[in-house]
Design a protein around this ligand. Sequence first.
Ligand code: ADP
Length: 526
Amino acid sequence: MNRRALQESEERFRQLVNNIDEVFILRTTAPYRYVYISPAVENVFGLTADEAIADPALFLSFTHPDDAEFVRKTMEEAGRAERVEVEYRIIRSNGQVRWVWTRYQQVEVAPGDPPLVAVVVTDITAQKDAHRAEASARAEAVRANAAKTEFLSRMSHELRTPMNAILGFAQLLRMDELNEDQHESVRQIIHGGRHLLDLINEVLDISRIDSGELALSIESVLVSDVLDEVMDLVVPLVATRNLTVLMPVGDVCHEHVLADRQRFKQVLLNLVANAIKYNRNDGEIRLSCSTRPNGEFAITVSDTGIGIGSEELKRLFTPFDRLGRESTGEEGTGVGLALSQRLIQLMSGRIEVASAPRVGSSFTVLLPLVKTVGPQPDEQGSPTAGAVSSTATPLVRHSQLSVVYIEDNLANVRLMEQIVARRREVTLIHAMHGRLGLDLISSSQPGLILLDLHLPDMSGEEVLRRLQAEVTTKDIPTVVVSADASPGQIRRILEMGASGYLTKPFDVEELLRWFDDPHGMEGTAP
Ligand code: ADP
């Protein structure tokens, strides 16, 4: 390259460096001296290139005091390593704090000469601000979500506790001699209470799914079993509308899908209940199963009811949207389908809908099919069938039973006293505190322990742990009675050794079964 060409190339390079936003610096390693600093330094640092070159110490003093030590070490390293990158803060001459990203790289300028360090400084304040805003928005969203979940779980607990008294006392009243009007009033209380309870459960489930807190236990589930259970539950409803139920032909539903059994049943129950509610009198409900070529198993619930228009279909899975059916007199919350869809999606499945107004609707649940080889565990000599028939004859015990109930809510204690009053053979000993309860249990050796989890002095879990750790108390059946209905909590308490778990508001009949046969009921918990 001749001299002129060299000058031209150097000029182009200088122009480039002078016009970029990044600050370009060339410096020696030791002694510390700036050879070149591009004019962009003025924009970033607030001092001119000449000022910076004249006084390296002044230039370096722009580094934020909190980052100074770390930058000094990095610069030393830059004298040894080939390439170093660092992010730090500077304070401009006007006091403004800015973030810079700096890259140091050793460069050979002329053979034999000591290498220089080329430094590129980029102002990254805008990116940093954006990241910080994003991180704080994310943290805020996480905090808000946690607060929402906490709020809902508290709300649900607070609502369930009085519901326990309402439903419990109403169930007790129903067992008394009542005239027709009184009977109807009690029926309305129980009906309204259960409706409210369903709503609390559904809203809580949706919120748990939305915050990623709902844990499912996915297993291989025999579809025909679940369908049979669902149909058993809806027999009375079907009769009220004189509907014809067409069950699947042959063994088409005798297949296994991957699902959470309890939640799968909940979804099918919701679809069948809707097929009944939104049907016409004397209509039909048809259940069918089929395998799709892509390995999905389809369970379809069809009805001959009012159907859903194409515009309404778009809002079908929106929580609380009842598509204007509020006036039909059919009860509902408008949350069931929204929850069903989320549950099935969590099981890696989906729900398809086809509907025509005044003709009927078809809801199809699609879930991954389990390819089975040979007989499945629940097809071999069904152990559960034996268990069911052995408890089918109610056990009537007349031997004395003493029950220790550890509970601090007085309304619940009154309710329990009233229930116990119906069983002459049962004596109730009550303790408000965990410690007193433990003492009473050791001294009286009751036949059954009922345990609330929220106690003033220690948690019910701690009481349970101590009962299990003691030889004299570990075999006494202990039933936890709590408003916390989360499946994870129930599983954990049962794993800790509780014999049963009653969710407030509990079913009085179920509690009475515990009184009738505390040991026989063990292991029948949800
Ligand atoms: P709801 O508690 O109101 O039954 P869902 O979430 O189960 O709530 O259903 C939402 C709405 O979708 C219902 O209010 C109803 O308008 C409509 N719907 C659901 N299933 C059917 C059906 N099989 N036929 C007609 N409309 C239905």
